[in-house]
Design a protein. Sequence first.
Lengths: 468, 468
Amino acid sequence: MSNPLGDTIIALSTPQGEGAIAVIRLSGFNAITIVDAYFHGKSLVDVPSHTVHYGKIKDESGRILDECLISVFRAPRSYTRENVVEISCHGSPYIIQQILLLFIRHGVRQAEPGEFTLRAFLNGQLDLSQAEAVGDLIAADSSISHDLAMQQMRGGFADNIKVLRQELIDFAALIELELDFGEEDVEFADRDKLEKLVLKIKNVISSLIDSFALGNILKNGVPTVIAGRPNAGKSTLLNVLLNEDRAIVSEIPGTTRDTIEETLTINGIVYRLIDTAGIRQAQDQIEAIGIDKTKEKISKAQIVMYIYDVIETTPQQLWQDASTYLGNNDQIFNPDKIVFIANKMDLNPYTSPEDYYKEGMIDKNNLITLSAKNKMNISYLKDHLYQMVIDHPQALNQTIVTNTRHYQALRDTISSLDKVLDGLVTGVTGDFIAMDIRSALRALGAITGEIYTDDLLDSIFGRFCIGK
Amino acid sequence: MSNPLGDTIIALSTPQGEGAIAVIRLSGFNAITIVDAYFHGKSLVDVPSHTVHYGKIKDESGRILDECLISVFRAPRSYTRENVVEISCHGSPYIIQQILLLFIRHGVRQAEPGEFTLRAFLNGQLDLSQAEAVGDLIAADSSISHDLAMQQMRGGFADNIKVLRQELIDFAALIELELDFGEEDVEFADRDKLEKLVLKIKNVISSLIDSFALGNILKNGVPTVIAGRPNAGKSTLLNVLLNEDRAIVSEIPGTTRDTIEETLTINGIVYRLIDTAGIRQAQDQIEAIGIDKTKEKISKAQIVMYIYDVIETTPQQLWQDASTYLGNNDQIFNPDKIVFIANKMDLNPYTSPEDYYKEGMIDKNNLITLSAKNKMNISYLKDHLYQMVIDHPQALNQTIVTNTRHYQALRDTISSLDKVLDGLVTGVTGDFIAMDIRSALRALGAITGEIYTDDLLDSIFGRFCIGK
């Protein structure tokens, strides 16, 4: 990505394929003049920013490529802060290709993936964490992952970090000033104040680090296993849960998307459902392997819904099956991970759920009685699944870190700040303290892009689609 | 499609899937006010037409759905001649769905396929043949099919037909005036002039009908069979022809499209290549069936490239194979359909092509010597294939009918005009002549949509994508 700002770039910005319309975007100093050269309509050279103009795009030979609407955005009032032109043409792959080729023949370069957003970053329109949020926003497929990306795109915790970082920079400057005085043994930087500042920053950053586990789940979905014996009612329950969910989506044609796995959405949280072999007693070697695989899936899951049939299952059977599949050494049945579902309550309302509770194994609050067939108590199950992820509703109002790169940078910051604190305790010289502060500053600066390398930019923007 | 103009419609106008940006379009009286109600930025109610505005779309609860660019087009200066708003948002399926749902909750209706273009037609922005050309333009995948659709979208032969139709309407009015005078035996309409007019119209329409065969090929591609014995060099030739073609397309990422079959493009004409079983002597019943299938494919093709190996093939073998596969009763080897390709000329430059010519069978102008391996004479073959479709270059400058519906309407017109001429010769009464003229007018009017039925509109616009 050397010298990315010197030239004018072009790309298709809407998805590939046939459609009613397609948008081709150009950005760069010459964007307006180069489009104007092949646009037959009003001259674009003098039109105001943020105006739309109808006309024809013709190639060098005068052949009409398309009738288009041209939107003009003048620097710096554009996404990239450069001159930007958007060509809205008919959504024909042939036309798109011809228009791209026309401008590429005349010195415009095909944009690399994410290069428009890269320019927005390099020109100061967005910081790096905001640029990353653009990619997250496009990929977001639930209300919560969308809201998290939107929050990050609109500044998120980056503003907070910038303030803390500036305070730290001021201290670093004072300490480095001391170094200039060499042998004179002066202290411009108050060591007590520095310690307080470092502890304050550590405190903020630690809570951001703590938020990452939840952020990761909210962004990527909750791995959820639904397990139980054959005929316990797994698929009926799944259908009841999924159909409600799907009915909303399928109302709007043209917006459903391919999913590799089944997902269930509750209050905006996506539960990614993982299939397991039916739970049964191992009769032979081969079934034993199946049990091991199921146990592995269960151990990797964030949530396990264990469903059983209240008519067919005795408490003893339930405890035995559960011990085989769900138990581990630390905790027999972890209520943060496992929910027991007593199904078919409609068939025998006299079955007492109390029989299934057992001291230290299945807790009353962790067993839900329902009838999947009659859709009884389903909303109660949903509330329970939601609370297994979000303990307290206010958790969602706090700042949440969702990006692994930010998480790593925050951990690096803490590690450097701990060295600063150690240095203050052991009374090392200013140059070592300054070095550790600089190291923390680099880690913090990498989040917002105040510090970056070409490799970092390549790895972030290379994942973007072309045209973004 | 009853009362389609009464309400405001909405649809995603760019292809589905993730992308940098997506465009959602609204059209109707309330389009601007309804978007303004959920747009947080400048008030859209008073902004000029053809301006773009940056801001946020929020739902009823104040949740930010996206940061968008909103383009405003005021009636009648829009595609549909109604108020139109285009929302350019991030290309996220989730965001698209949320924005569509927001406006659908507030009285905007999801557009039916092609409904924007339908409104453009009903509001007089486009005639019916122009509206149909919009669909053809999006589907066009070669320079010629693109140019034909563009020509039709910009008026095409419709303007010409409108003039002729008006002249005919004037005559019909005069003849119907005669009918009002009943028994008085007056003739306002000059029968000689009418005959001349009808002959003139027939002449124009006949040449349009004649152009359809070519138009159909240019629009849909030329069904082309490549046949020959195994090892004659079929696949080498195909690769040489196709790779040149593909190199151009693959330069531009993001614009290639799925093709069901192999296609070859020469000067903008698409040749759709049809595979056949290798040509060989039938040894048994099963091979005989294979030969019949190959012969059937050959008989349905527009062009057959018959390739043979000059080293391995004697003239007698060529004539025999060709007679088996390519001959028919009318013409042994039709030069408009079949081109013989003498391959592997590099291996034995001493082979004389003259040996393969045979009176009444293979014509000198119809045999091309080349080496697929050494890419010798390939451009000569391409020129030949092109000329087999386009006899005279000026054919492409004439008006060409590509639409089967138009073709049928033109034939109906001729049939009614013939009845008018018959009536003039046999001297039938004015009411019969008027009836036949009206029938011709209906057929002509159906082309441009001056006459239409709801069923016709449904069948035309129902084929469009949603959002067009």
